[in-house]
Design a protein. Structure first.
Length: 175
């Protein structure tokens, strides 16, 4: 089986992470995959913020938990996060979502566990989120697409069973 297809078929999301950072070189490779995701009319609307500082990761997790009303760490203890934002123009939501998919698949292919965490839109619409964007030098009109948490799983998670009846083949004419 082709290695790319194997990565796409075997990828799964982790729900608990070791207290270990991912090597910066691996994170840079993962970001390159995100940067190279297709985008509508090649607008390249996705923006990436790589966070490896423990205090900032915790702050982001706390903001995310507050938005979601969660009594637990929605980042599951992951030590590194790539925030996907997208410049609000054209097909930016789809562009950012595809970039997130590239990040997840690239991480998995490099032996890094990961998970897409939602509520980035709400976090960065809030006062503290807007202050963080300003602090980071992001002054354009962006929307949060998601948080790609990275790390190494504490325990193996079984692959999710793929539901049947989701593929339809059309082999004849429409007439």
């Amino acid at each position: 089986m082709n290695e790319t297809v194997k990565t796409l078929i075997t990828r799964k999301s982790a729900r608990s992470y070791k207290a270990q950072h991912v090597d910066r070189g691996l994170i840079e490779e993962i970001v390159q995959a995100g940067l190279n995701a297709p985008s509508g009319m090649n607008r390249q609307t996705p923006r990436f913020v790589v966070v490896t500082d423990d205090a900032t990761v915790k702050k982001l997790s706390d903001l995310n938990a507050a938005v979601g009303g969660m009594p637990f760490d929605p980042f599951y203890g992951a030590k590194d996060v790539i925030i996907v934002l997208a410049k609000k123009e054209g097909t930016y939501i789809y562009d950012g979502s595809l970039a997130m998919g590239n990040l997840l698949n690239a991480a998995w292919s490099l032996g890094v566990d990961c998970r897409w965490i939602h509520r980035a839109k709400e976090v960065f619409q809030g006062k503290e989120g807007k202050e963080l964007l300003k602090k980071w030098g992001i002054n354009e009109e962006v929307e949060g697409i998601g948080f790609c948490i990275l790390g190494y799983a504490k325990e193996e998670k079984p692959k999710t069973e793929i539901k049947e009846g989701r593929v339809f083949y059309v082999t004849g004419t429409c007439e």
